[in-house]
Design a protein around this ligand. Structure first.
Ligand SMILES: Nc1ncnc2c1ncn2[C@@H]1O[C@H](COP(=O)(O)OP(=O)(O)OP(=O)(O)O)[C@@H](O)[C@H]1O
Ligand SMILES: [Mg+2]
Length: 384
């Protein structure tokens, strides 16, 4: 066992004989082990309640609570501690009972230091092994859970896109019918009964259609296959073009929008539409999160096997507890008329389909930064 590990061991000596304890502590110290002490069973339990220990060396014969009782309590506390009992010379019975109760082992007094040290090491080893096993099991469980979640999302994506496609047709019909009604209504004179109520109802239909459209467009955009054309793209140009699309929104709030592109940026093969959709989603989020007079900027640079794009803003930032949720479908902090909660979900789907990564860093009240890495698509499978 390494010295570092030994130093980290939390060891407790419980014995009513002060001299015995002190001698032991000194000798353990010389071997690089620090030991805590307790002079009674009661003291031992109150100490354990505050401070976890790895190994407890526990005298059985003590006034007040004896070692076996203390052991019972420790086991009932359900903490991960190994207990080594020190029994009287002729008290094998105690030792046996102790083992039945869950003690790691027992030694009979007078104990040989080296013997005790060996036992302490063994007990500590057992604790470390058990913890490692526990951690490995936890890690595995977490991984399995993540995999289920990913698969669920992937299946959901395909299904959602299918539904979105089917919904587009009735949506178009509703929209057309609403347009016709609007036309008829506009020709009516002001004395038409309940004209205003009709107008309001119509407006509701139109707004709902708009919202439903926004949803279907996002979902379809992520899986659209037919119009995907791989092209050699100058990313700086593409980003510049896309920024032009956002000028209406930035002007309205007087937000400065700027681009910082590396001079030596190499062109990469991608489907421009996909990159455009990623950028539009990230940019509109950034702009929406930024108050008037704020700043939104994009950085583009070469990165291993592709290009990395940072979309940054000095807006509201994202609360820590939301950071994991923002990529989930339909998670939105915006009012229903403003956000579908699909922007980032779809963005991540596209990025992952391209074999890239997306990361977010954010500070509440200071701003956010979304970093997308997009690999050059030439050399990757082209049949996705
Ligand atoms: N740059 C940002 N700054 C602060 N919050 C953000 C930023 N980007 C995303 N968010 C948070 O993440 C949530 C989810 O974003 P997402 O783009 O998926 O949906 P949305 O913007 O709410 O809706 P939609 O994209 O349909 O307009 C947002 O509602 C917002 O709370
Ligand atoms: Mg959005």
């Amino acid at each position: 066992m390494e010295a570092e590990q030994l130093k980290a061991m939390r060891l407790l000596l419980v014995d009513d004989e002060e001299d015995f304890r002190q001698t032991l502590v000194k000798r353990l110290n010389k071997r690089g082990i620090t030991a805590h002490q307790a002079g009674s069973g009661e003291k031992c339990l109150s100490l354990l309640a505050d401070q976890p220990m790895d190994v407890v060396v526990l005298d059985v014969k003590m006034p007040g609570m004896n070692g076996i009782d203390v052991l019972h309590h420790i086991k009932r506390m359900g903490i991960s501690t190994e207990v080594i009992l020190l029994t009287g010379h002729a008290a094998t019975q105690d030792g046996v009972e102790g083992i039945k109760t869950g003690a790691f082992d027992y030694l009979s007094k007078p104990v040989q230091f080296e013997h005790l040290l060996g036992k302490i090491m063994q007990a500590y080893d057992k604790i470390l092994g058990a913890r490692e096993k526990h951690q490995a099991a936890e890690y595995k469980a977490r991984l399995a859970q993540q995999m289920i979640a990913t698969e669920r999302l992937a299946a959901l994506g395909t299904l959602a896109a299918g539904v979105a496609h089917e919904i587009n047709n009735p949506l178009a019909i509703i929209n057309e019918a609403a347009g016709f009604m609007r036309l008829v209504l506009n020709k009516q004179t002001a004395d038409m009964p309940r004209k205003e109520a009709f107008e309001k109802a119509l407006e509701k239909i139109e707004n709902s259609v708009k919202r439903a459209r926004a949803i279907t467009h996002q979902l379809l955009g992520s899986v659209r296959k037919n119009d995907s054309v791989l092209a050699e793209v100058d990313i700086t140009e593409l980003v510049g073009e896309t920024m032009q699309l956002m000028l209406n929104e930035t002007r309205e709030k007087n937000i400065s929008l700027s681009l910082d592109a590396a001079a030596d940026l190499s062109a990469i093969w991608v489907e421009p539409n996909q990159v455009r959709q990623i950028l539009i989603n990230l940019l509109s989020n950034a702009i929406q999160a930024t108050p008037a007079q704020g700043r939104v900027w994009i950085k583009v640079a070469n990165s291993a096997g592709g290009v990395s794009i940072d979309v940054c803003d000095d807006g509201t930032g994202i609360p820590r507890e939301n950071l994991e949720k923002i990529f989930e479908p339909f998670f939105s902090t915006k009012s229903p008329g403003k956000g579908t909660g699909l922007g980032l979900y779809v963005t991540r789907q596209i990025v992952e389909k391209l074999g890239g990564t997306i990361e977010v860093r954010s500070q509440l009240g200071k701003g956010s930064q979304f970093t997308v890495h997009i690999p050059n698509q030439v050399g990757r499978h082209l049949d996705h």
